[in-house]
Structure formats: structure tokens, C-alpha cells
Design a binder for this molecule. Structure first.
Ligand code: FEO
Length: 400
């Protein structure tokens, strides 16, 4: 693929990683991802970010098609995580830039990863700007989206926001623009990315959206996935982030379960029937068959979580512990919860799941349901009641 001129004298020089299936080492990326890097050619030639180390050659080749490498004057590191800085040492060695700009926190990351004591690094803060000739680059720190060092760069003359991790998606494609794919496909990719990467930092997203609200953005170029061009496309992603950050309860429930001998599985289906009676549709996901990041993506559309685990070694099933650990770390808010599970001997599992959901701040309208051996008519009825109670509480939460 050739470098792509996204605006006059502004080029995409990144790399498409079709084979990445484990984004950042923990999130399923079924279609790979894209590491976007951008070059602005002006009186000073400026490179924004780089790519994962294994794509260094690909990126340098694209960069060299637009400009001799030694003509790169400035490098702006909006974020130093290695999917954007993995190529940095070689880029610095080849380009020998006059200056490298990053946030104060970015310097810490840079010093942690690289032997950079001889690099011409300069820290920038929110509100500072840099003239590069006919253009100006304005810096906004966006701490925690996705790391403490993160910042975005706005070029007012082009109405262009280069947004680092914010507003990205894990899409690998030969097309570069969000309006070249279907809206539902794009929305799903945005939700998947947000709920697995950005969700814990939703309050920072709200602040960032406020800080950026005064900017006239005609093009929004994230460091992952497709670029938003034109008002409709830019509004789409800004509105999506506002909605996702708000975590307003949705009238839909997520049921996750693990099962050894189908007993907890039967309970999960009875819970779904109770939700249905309350008027709440649900999605049942076996965590043996669904990756933890698929569970989180589904949670983006659900206002309730019902989790079921058999008792295993006086605890819960290891896969359920992994999902709940992952979910808790991503700090979902405004959810209703419920727990259930079967047991053979000691029976601690459902209580542990209940406490775990409660510790995430979930509203728990009913005690956990547990059943010994195989669920009979009575315990399936209790599961039905659990689903119904959670469904009713969710409806009140959504209407309230
Ligand atoms: Fe895409 Fe936080 O790195």
C-alpha cells in the first residue's frame, strides 16, 4: 500500500497489521489492527507517532516515498506505548530530527523504554503550540486516554485532530476512511475498542470531549483504524464517545456462565426466561466459548449482568474468575447484577460471584441462587425469579 495523502501535504504513513489477534496482549482483535502515523510537510516536516516495532521497515518505506528521511525535522510522540513508539529508536536514528515533542509524562515513558539521553526531547503541555510554517500544532494532554502520557495534536489550519488512541478502532483494511465501511460494522468496532481499552477512563473522556468541544474538526485521525473525514463522520465518533462514556443503562441483559456438567448452564437459561417475562431481552454467553473481550463488547449494549459459576475447589471456575477480574478492571458503571450457580459439595461459588459483582458497584436486587447437583423445578423457578427481579430493577433504572 502506498502512503495516502489525507489532506494537502498531510500523509498517512502507518502500517496495517492484518495478523494481530491479541491487541495490547489482552483484547481479541479478530481483524487485526492499524498503527497510524502521519506526516505533515511544511517549512518544518513533522512526523506524528510511529508504529509497532515489527512494522518499522514498512513505515520507513512509506515515509521515504513522501520525503527523504533526513528531512523529518520534528517528531511528535502523542503517546509512547509501543504500538506507537516501537519503531521510534530506529526512526530517530534514521531521521535525526531537530526536536522530539511529547508530554512531561511521555518523557518518563521514553526514558523507560529507550536510551534517549542524547535525543533532542522537549516536553509540551496543554495550551502550548508549535509553528511549523504555514501551520500551527496545538497540544492537548488527554491523560489516561489511554496512558498518563497521552496527548492529542490539533492543526487549526487544516481543521485536523490527530487523536492518538482516542476514537480508534481495531480495523485492518486497505481503505483509510470510516465512511468507506458500513455504519453498523464501524459502530461495533468502536464499541469493542472502547469497552476493552477506554472504558475505565470514561470520566477523562468526558473531560476531553469538553476540552475539544471548541475545536472546529473537519477530520479526526486516530492512531488505530480508520480516519473520520467530514462533519457527519466526525460527529458520529464524537457522539459515540459521549454515549459510551455516559454508560446510560440499556434495557438489555448479559448472562455469562461457566458450567461443568450443564447444571449452571440450565440455570442460565432459566434466568433468561425470567428476564424475558420482565420484558428485558438478553444475550447468553458461555465463557468457555466467548473471549473475555467479546463479553465486554456485549456489555456495551447491556444494563445488567447475571453471572453463574459452579463451585470449584471452594471457589469459582477459573475462566469466570478471569472474566470477572477483567470486567472489574474495566470499571463498568450503572449496572444491575445477579449471581447463580450449582455445586456438589461446599457451594461457595454463587456467593463469591455475587460479592464480585457487588464490588463493581452493581445494584443487586436479589440474593444469589444456588442449587446442589442438578437444578430441579424449584431452583429453576428461583433462577426465573432472579432474572425477573433483575429485569424489573433494570427497567426502573432505565426509566428513572
Ligand atoms: Fe494504541 Fe495505548 O496504545
Amino acid at each position: 500500500m502506498q502512503p495516502v495523502e489525507i489532506k494537502k501535504d498531510i500523509w498517512w504513513v502507518g502500517a496495517v497489521d492484518y495478523d494481530n489477534r491479541n491487541f495490547h496482549g489482552y483484547s481479541l482483535s479478530p481483524e487485526g489492527t492499524t498503527y497510524n502515523a502521519y506526516l505533515i510537510k511544511d517549512e518544518k516536516n513533522v512526523l506524528f507517532d510511529s508504529v509497532s516495532r515489527s512494522f518499522t521497515g514498512t513505515m520507513l518505506c512509506r515515509l521515504a516515498q513522501t520525503l527523504s528521511l533526513e528531512k523529518v525535522d520534528y517528531i511528535i510522540c502523542n503517546h509512547l506505548e509501543l504500538d506507537h513508539a516501537g519503531a521510534l529508536a530506529e526512526v530517530v536514528a534514521r531521521c535525526k530530527p531537530e526536536k522530539i515533542f511529547c508530554s512531561q509524562m511521555g518523557i518518563k515513558s521514553m526514558q523507560g523504554y529507550f536510551d534517549c539521553k542524547d535525543w533532542p526531547v522537549q516536553a509540551v503541555n496543554t495550551g502550548e503550540s508549535l509553528s511549523i510554517g504555514s501551520r500551527t500544532i496545538q497540544f492537548f494532554e488527554t491523560r489516561m486516554i489511554h496512558w498518563p502520557d497521552s496527548m492529542v495534536s490539533y492543526i487549526p489550519e487544516d481543521k485536523l485532530l490527530i487523536s492518538s488512541d482516542a476514537f480508534g478502532q481495531n480495523i485492518s483494511s486497505t481503505v483509510r476512511y470510516a465512511d468507506e465501511v458500513g455504519t453498523e460494522y464501524l459502530r461495533n468496532a468502536v464499541e469493542e475498542y472502547y469497552y476493552n481499552i477506554v472504558l475505565p477512563f470514561s470520566s477523562q473522556v468526558v473531560n476531553a470531549l469538553k476540552a475539544l468541544s471548541g475545536l472546529d474538526i473537519e477530520m479526526l485521525a486516530p492512531d488505530h483504524g480508520l480516519i473520520y473525514r467530514g462533519k457527519q463522520s466526525v460527529d458520529f465518533i464524537l457522539d459515540a464517545y459521549a454515549r459510551l462514556a455516559e454508560q446510560k443503562p440499556c434495557r438489555r441483559a448479559l448472562i455469562i456462565y461457566d458450567s461443568m456438567w450443564h447444571s449452571t448452564e440450565k440455570m442460565a437459561y432459566a434466568v433468561a426466561n425470567g428476564l424475558e417475562e420482565a420484558g428485558v431481552p438478553s444475550r447468553i454467553m458461555s465463557i468457555q466459548r466467548n473471549h473475555h473481550s467479546q463479553v465486554m463488547t456485549e456489555l456495551s449494549r447491556c444494563g445488567a449482568v447475571l453471572a453463574g459459576s459452579p463451585t470449584h475447589n471452594n471457589g469459582i471456575m477459573p475462566a469466570m474468575a478471569a472474566v470477572l477480574t477483567y470486567m472489574k478492571g474495566l470499571r463498568p458503571k450503572n449496572r444491575v447484577g445477579g449471581a447463580f450457580g450449582s455445586y456438589g459439595w461446599s457451594g461457595e461459588g454463587p456467593k463469591i460471584v455475587h460479592e464480585w459483582l457487588e464490588s463493581m458497584g452493581m445494584e443487586m436486587p436479589m440474593p444469589f441462587v444456588k442449587t446442589q447437583w442438578s437444578p430441579g423445578h424449584e431452583s429453576l423457578g428461583q433462577c426465573h425469579e432472579l432474572g425477573k427481579a433483575v429485569g424489573q430493577a433494570l427497567i426502573i433504572k432505565c426509566d428513572g
